[in-house]
Design a protein around this ligand. Structure first.
Ligand SMILES: Cc1cc2nc3c(=O)[nH]c(=O)nc-3n(C[C@H](O)[C@H](O)[C@H](O)COP(=O)(O)O)c2cc1C
Length: 196
């Protein structure tokens, strides 16, 4: 059975670099045969949070929210591409995720971080770990990290140089970890309805 994955990315900057890592991750899972949809928060364009999806009367949520809620509910697992702004998370992606809660429950998530520097967004990745757990996802322990991103991936998301090779080497374990939990969670959801 092919695994339905959503890959999220949330920089709104005109000259954004994280799109390279998003492309690398999307390509990597597609090459393994997974069914991957890319969710670009900038393209979705949600306003700063006013009402969460669940706070709208049934059928009254804006179309973009309604569509995204369906995609999140139908997914088997998630990947978050996380850059780092001032040791914290990027607001565009955080804003998108905060629109939902129960829609995220009972599925695993993996974090792929990057930055302009050698820490590769590690501090943002740590912040996301707690946030995603709070939102009902099981966060897998394997991560990948690209930094400095400009010296790791080409504009097309292809690995370059020694840093690119290291990223490429780390991808199979990252993907295997997420997909193991994707399968485990899917089987458990089929076996027993989530308790809430
Ligand atoms: C507002 C802002 C804050 C930043 N803070 C950090 C930081 O704390 N740590 C870091 O490694 N890089 C930091 N950077 C550099 C980013 O890692 C780099 O610009 C990266 O490309 C941002 O992701 P994006 O291009 O996908 O928006 C910051 C960049 C911006 C624009």
């Amino acid at each position: 059975m092919s695994n339905r994955l959503l890959v999220f990315y949330g920089s709104y900057r005109s000259d954004r670099m994280g799109i390279r890592l998003a492309q690398f991750v999307v390509d990597g899972f597609r090459a393994r045969g997974d069914d991957v949809a890319f969710i670009d928060a900038k393209a979705v364009g949600l306003p700063i949070l006013d009402r969460m999806y669940k706070e709208y009367p049934k059928g009254a949520a804006p179309a973009a929210l309604e569509q995204l809620a369906g995609q999140i509910r139908d997914a088997d697992g998630f990947v978050f591409i996380t850059g780092e702004y001032n040791w914290g998370v990027q607001p565009g992606l955080k804003n998108l995720t905060d629109h939902f809660l129960e829609e995220w429950f009972w599925r695993p998530a993996a974090i792929a971080s990057y930055s302009a520097g050698r820490f590769a967004g590690a501090r943002a990745a740590t912040a996301w770990h707690g946030t995603l757990s709070e939102m009902g996802m099981v966060v897998v322990s394997s991560t990948i990290a690209a930094g400095p991103i400009a010296q790791t991936l080409s504009p097309e998301g292809k690995p370059i140089g020694e840093a690119g090779k290291a990223l490429e080497r780390s991808f199979p374990r990252f993907a295997d970890d997420l997909i193991w939990w994707v399968e485990a969670a899917r089987e458990q959801r089929a076996r027993r309805k989530p308790p809430y």
